[in-house]
Design a protein around this ligand. Sequence first.
Ligand SMILES: C[S@@+](CC[C@H](N)C(=O)[O-])C[C@H]1O[C@@H](n2cnc3c(N)ncnc32)[C@H](O)[C@@H]1O
Length: 388
Amino acid sequence: MRASAEAWSWELMRDLGVDPARVVEVAAGSEPATRAALLVVDAGDRRASDGALAAGVLKSVRAGLASEGHVLVVGGRTEDAPELCSLRNALWPHLHVVRAYRMKRGEPVLRIELGGSTRLPHVATSDGYAVLALERLVAMSPATTAQKFDKNAAGWNGVPGAPDYAHFRWMRKLLAVLGKPRRGESALDAGSGAGWVGIEAAKMGAVVSSFDPSPEMVKFVLANAASEGVKVEGRVGFCEKPPFDGPFDLVLNSGVISFSPDADVFLDGLCGVVKPGGRLVIGDLNPRSRGMTRRRTQKPIVPVREMNASLREDVERGLERRGFRVEWRRFYQLTSPVPELIHRSKSRVVQGGLLAANRVACAVDGALGSPLAPLFDSWILGATKAAR
Ligand SMILES: C[S@@+](CC[C@H](N)C(=O)[O-])C[C@H]1O[C@@H](n2cnc3c(N)ncnc32)[C@H](O)[C@@H]1O
């Protein structure tokens, strides 16, 4: 088998901690006799973008991948990024691609990951490519999510002065403001991250509870609330089964639904903690944005949430099925550098002007609807639950 002949593939097995006895190699479309921890599927000389190849890979995977196992699709051509993207897109939503390799005979093997590309010390002995994938439900499992955010909780919390920080605070405030929390109302920040949306709502007088799957994030919520002089309760949990019964006057949910393996189960959980007559503000990545559209065709490796992001109208329909009326809809967060400028500007005049410009952009979107969608990173909507 071509991949296993290459020195780099042994490194890969070491990275994955796979017992070589549990590696099974098959031609795409064949059904292996045993379930493999690493299933190597040979694409032959077919283009990575060949739809029949993806169908064959999925057939082999269904028959022969052990639970939590990895799949390595290997082909005998040197493919460029758009070809690898086609294969990645065709394997979704069953599989999520987490790594790729590009081989050109006589040149160092290129490893492509989320963080960028690395030239390996191994010189390729033949042309080829390989993509490493795992099942979407494994990539998005509750345990994976909690671990991922525990590990990078400090990064998500943001450091004042660091490049992303201003941007994050600005949009979190926008979310809370659009929720219009009233003094004394109960509010829930569901999937709180480091807590900034809920903290903004607490500053406006709401009595805020919050939760997040990552215990490390919850620690940040409590510390951030204390340092901002407000009280926010923090628990560990998932939107699919919130750790509060509620119900709440206002539920805020910012940038979370794309992490959920099942948007319906997610919305069931979230909607269940909104009071009859209460409000839900939900926002997330906009899969129609220019940036995401470009990355889906140019970057072989993208975060799983980008692949999984929901369209605003699909979430709207999901809410309507659950007895909500969508009151308003927006896209928000004009792409860089406007949000950063808004936050960084010390001048009230400039800040007010930029905020106003952004609000006008949001309002125009409200009037014109989705033709403006590609200009924005994220969507947001507000809905009211039917009073009983
Ligand atoms: C992009 S961050 C957004 C955090 C915060 N809402 C904000 O806007 O600052 C996503 C957060 O959602 C949490 N999360 C992921 N899946 C979740 C789920 N199914 N239910 C609740 N929270 C989840 C993660 O742990 C992470 O803290």
